[in-house]
Ligand binder design. Sequence first.
Ligand code: NAP
Length: 686
Amino acid sequence: MSSSNPALENRVLESYVLGGWHKPRSADGRMLTSAVTGEPVAILADHGLDMASVRRYAIDTAGPELRAMTFHERAAILRSLGKYLMERKDELYPVSTATGATRSDSWFDIDGGIGVLLSYSSKARRELPDSTVLIDGEIESLARDGSFLGAHIGTSRTGVAVQINAFNFPCWGMLEKFAPAFLAGVPTIAKPASPTAYLTEALTRLIVESGLLPAGSLQVICGGTGDLLDQLDGQDSVAFTGSASTAALLRAHPTIIDEAVRFTAEADSLNCAILGAGAVPGSATFAGFVAEVVNEMTTKAGQKCTAIRRILVPETHREATIEALQAALADVVVGDPADKATTMGALAGIDQRAEVRDAVERLKTSATVITDHCDFAGVDPERGAFMAPTLLQATDRRADAIHQVEAFGPVSTVIGYDSPAEAVELAALGRGSLVASVFTDDPAEAATLTVALGSHHGRIQVVDESSLESHTGHGAPLPNLVHGGPGRAGGGEELGGMRAVKHHLQISAVQASPAAMTAITGEYQAGAPRNDTKGHPFRLYFDDLEIGDSIVTDSRTVTLDDIERFAELTGDNFYAHMDDEAAKASPIFEGRVAHGYLVVSAAAGLFVDPDPGPVLANYGLDRLRFAKPTYPGDTLTVTLTCKRKTLRAGAGYGEVAWDTQVVNQNGEVAAAYDVLTIVATREQPS
Ligand code: NAP
């Protein structure tokens, strides 16, 4: 093991708090050792931090600065940070090796974690407004005449997000929680788990060196949290990842209860993979199932909260599955994670291995061992925390131990079932899991199992022959999908896209007039004052356009000839446009009607300003509804109003959404929608 990396020089780990690196008062503390060689790597000592000051620093220093930024400005920082870390990630790999991780394990943790920053950044720019306020859902009219509206808005909470992480993902674990909190404008206090805190410290050093984060937006405590939880109030939150027992302890903390501190947990769970009857031995899907189980047993040496702990197989396929698993496990190379030939590294430490061995003993009360031996390639399995992949077979398929004892290592148990209903029942004995997989080539079986598994699982991955190559992996949480699960899995919903960001916002119901609602949300709401005194708004550059800038167009009467020519041009001869008798016979129309797309096209003809100008392109429509049929002879007028602006920083343009109302001669809305355009800024990139 190279000790050229400062993270591995057996020094006392420091915390990054109060705007600087904080050295513990004494070097006496817990020795952290390499999972591979057992040699000392770092020391965790009592840091004697004043937790009240750490929290205050986040709230007073970072809070106001973060809240003043828009979601897009925060997203841009995450993107820059992600790119910065990607360029320097190689520095983290040797440190990660000391945790027992192979190169691909480290990729999962390091690249995966940095990838979360980038994913959140791009999702935020697509799905969140360039504003400090989120409109959550549709705005509703609370008065017949539209003069009073109701909306849900999300604003940044003013506390801190305390994030307590597990040892198995020292990088990803911190980044997956930090990204949504930061996007929401809430500062983070992160606490890595002790055994691998040296890797999180190394990652934090890179983040600090980047200089990209506003002061106080990320503080990292290496060591215990002291009385931090006692300091929290109802604006703060705690997100915990770790064992179900620690989750239960923290959830019951008096301050968390008394102050109604938002608390979420991603805890351990005994996830299952189910082989459906529709994936018969010998099929590609059966082979894919076996490969996935082995992958989950051996990636991170099975130290993944999402790993497959229970392998549910039809009783008729049990023997064949065991044979196939034994054969595949025989090919696993357990050894030095730095060695390219190694396919499974070490557990995070000797203590962790002792816990896993103890759990295996408890599993053996209701299971027999199928395999628990291997050759260790060039390592001393006693000095390093190495362990053979261990496959068991349940002797009592309903025994508590099988469904309740989490062996947090390369351990999994085969359990036979007799019917899909029994498979679901056995899965539910885990009392709530992060994830289940279903492997079957029968879509009906997939549907039956998935719907029934839903109540007890946060995520369900269904694999058939067509997705064997493309599926994203049983054990891989994705930033755009929920990670968390009910019951024993903790009840959390980390990741999950904007759901995770909203967790750090306060969602408030707001009732107000259209004018007030426009000012509050920063988006034009129908009924608010418009400004049509600046000429055609398509002649205005992005910089000069203001929310509410508007134009009321000339009118156009739609004729039967228009309808027939539009039908001929497009080939859309739907009866409602072409057959008067059939149209009259329908319960909807009084006779032939104009195509909805004709109405939209005619509207464009009314509002478009033809000459080249700041409006560069139209890239779509949102929320299009045809509210009233348009009959031949109806006269249409369009009101187009600047609704929302989103700058694409540095691109030379921004996106502008236009509230579009097409009304007929009676003042009835024939069509309403948002036109989406790209509008140039005055300044163009050179
Ligand atoms: P753990 O022992 O429960 O510890 C988790 C975290 O809690 C660590 O940072 C730990 O710090 C901290 N902690 C423990 N007691 C605390 C207290 N009284 N106050 C504040 N913090 C406290 O779990 P672990 O051994 O690190 O991780 C393994 C477990 O995590 C497994 O059961 C696994 O299934 C689960 N896990 C779940 C997920 C998920 O997303 N659901 C992800 C990864 C792991 P110290 O290390 O300093 O004690």
